[in-house]
Design a protein around this ligand. Structure first.
Ligand code: MG
Length: 515
């Protein structure tokens, strides 16, 4: 909001991507505070820089996956997405501008580095002196010589979903009394979920709650997890639970899945989708492969092995999946931080995951709990949890990671908290598509019997670092669906604490957040 900050950033993006002359862009955002103002600035700047056309969602709204789809469908030169994802919105909260490239995906590092370099040399920007464009109605208008095309933000995306999933079968399931609640968290998926779930699929009116995007998201964190979507989580584990529950984040790319009496972890959701995607018409010919971020559990690896599918393990960040999707090496991707998607766009996609689940439930006729029990009895269960230690002094967090790195060679063969260490390394990734090398992506410690602990830092800066510890143990013997993952993981939790010296380095006896 500071004078000329947005303008300098947008001009740097245009300059670093070869200028706007004659180009077509997509524009929209998640409806948070400043979304409408930033959209008007970007339109006037695109016009002044010679763009031919900007396709903008009505009221400057577009979910991130819907923007990715429009960028691809209209063969545009990229898009501006106004969002700070799952972070809170409002005058004193977060705002962001993302630039996606013509493949519909987040700008790769080469592009973002060029943009950053341009921000250090920029000496001016171009903007048209003009009033606001009316974005409240669909249709075409002109801004200078540029066409502004206002589109229904939902229509193209809804048509894409209908082409992928068995809408008649899902409609019959709802007509037969199936109940659900979708919590849009006062963010951008509200209009999409209402149109698709209640409109096209016949879910009961009121199934979608918090459906109107608000500039401050109602004061909440639009982050679909058991902490920030607690009302939905509590409902689904109560006697009044509907058959199915789901939520999405600020810009619509994340999802949380629940059934009556059961929470489905994102790692398990990815595995269930991989095992059952062929039930959806858009995936009936099978999958080219699957991919997960390194810290995501190995549940999908079990499915891939059983179904003879290539399985890729990437660093955290959707751009690594984008390369695999572009190259036709994977169809389904997912990460433990509530992101799942496929090659239909180049972003993760919250509502896509919800519709995939509805398609699977309609095709199998099984409730979520029974589906999960059957999945675990067929593939075994990867007990999984993430422990976050937040706001650690950066020097202490670095010391913990350095201590781990120094011990990597000594750990194999040691017995820690009753577990035998079989391997230890720091994850690095050689991208099979663009041949780039990405190092230092987290320390992995493997134990005998298929258990694993992963250590990563995130959010370094003035407020300190967050230590994320990812804990996992494979259980191949008809695991008890009702068991507590924390209890099942107790030996791995103890071994991780001892190996990393978590209490000694952080001064903490317990994590701040457990998911
Ligand atoms: Mg997001």
């Amino acid at each position: 909001m500071e004078s000329r900050y947005l303008e300098n950033f947008v001009q740097s993006v245009l300059d670093a991507t070869g200028g706007a002359g004659g180009k077509t862009y997509v524009l929209g955002g998640d409806g948070r505070y400043f979304n409408d103002r930033a959209a008007q600035v970007i339109l006037r700047m695109a016009a002044a820089n010679g763009a031919a056309r900007v396709i903008v969602g009505r009221d400057a709204l577009l979910s991130t996956p819907a923007a990715s789809h429009l960028i691809r469908k209209r063969a545009s030169d990229g898009g501006f997405i106004l969002s700070a994802s799952h972070n809170p919105g409002g005058e004193d909260q977060d705002f962001g501008v993302k630039f996606n490239t013509p493949n519909g995906g987040p700008a790769p590092e080469g592009v973002t580095e060029a943009i950053f370099a341009r921000t250090r040399t920029i000496t001016g920007y171009r903007i048209l002196e003009a009033g606001d464009v009316d974005l409240s109605h669909t249709g075409e208008t002109r801004l200078g010589d540029m066409v502004v095309e206002v589109v229904d933000p939902v229509a193209d995306y809804a048509a894409l979903m209908e082409s992928l999933f068995d809408f008649p079968a899902i409609r019959r399931m709802f007509a037969g009394g199936f109940t659900m609640r979708f919590d849009a968290m006062h963010a951008v998926t509200g209009p999409y979920a209402r149109a698709i779930l209640e409109g096209a699929l016949g879910a009961a009116p009121g199934s979608v709650v918090n459906a109107t995007p608000l500039p401050d998201f109602g004061g909440g964190h639009p982050d679909p997890n058991p902490t920030w979507a607690k009302p939905l989580y509590d409902l689904m584990l109560s006697p009044d639970a509907p058959d199915f529950g789901a939520a999405s984040d600020g810009d619509g790319d994340r999802n949380m899945i629940l059934g009556r009496g059961i929470y489905v972890s994102p790692s398990d959701s990815l595995a269930v989708i991989a095992a059952n995607a062929h039930l959806a018409p858009g995936y009936a010919n099978g999958l080219k492969g699957v991919a997960r971020s390194m810290p995501t559990s190995g549940a999908v690896d079990r499915v891939a092995a059983a179904m003879d599918l290539p399985c890729h393990e990437t660093p955290t960040g959707w751009k690594f999946f984008g390369n695999l999707l572009d190259a036709g090496m994977a169809t389904i991707c997912g990460e433990e931080s509530f992101g799942t998607g496929s090659d239909h766009v180049r972003e993760k996609d919250g509502l896509w995951a919800v519709l995939m689940w509805l398609n699977i439930l309609a095709a199998t006729g099984r409730p979520v709990q029974a589906l999960m029990a059957a999945h675990w009895s067929r593939f075994g269960r990867n007990w999984y949890s993430r422990h976050d230690y937040e706001g650690i002094e950066t020097a202490r967090a670095d010391a913990l990671m350095d201590g781990l790195r120094a011990r990597l060679a000594d750990l194999p063969g040691q017995v820690v908290a009753g577990l035998v260490v079989t391997a230890a390394d720091e994850f690095a990734y050689d991208d099979p598509v663009d041949r780039s090398h990405t190092a230092a992506q987290g320390v992995r410690v493997m134990f005998a019997g298929g258990a694993r602990a992963v250590f990563r830092l995130s959010g370094t800066g003035t407020s300190g670092a967050t230590l994320r510890v990812y804990l996992e143990r494979f259980d191949g013997d008809a695991p008890d669906p009702a068991a507590d993952p924390q209890a099942m993981l107790a030996p791995v939790i103890a071994a991780a604490a001892e190996i990393a010296g978590i209490a000694r380095h952080t001064g903490r006896s317990a994590p701040d957040v457990v998911t």
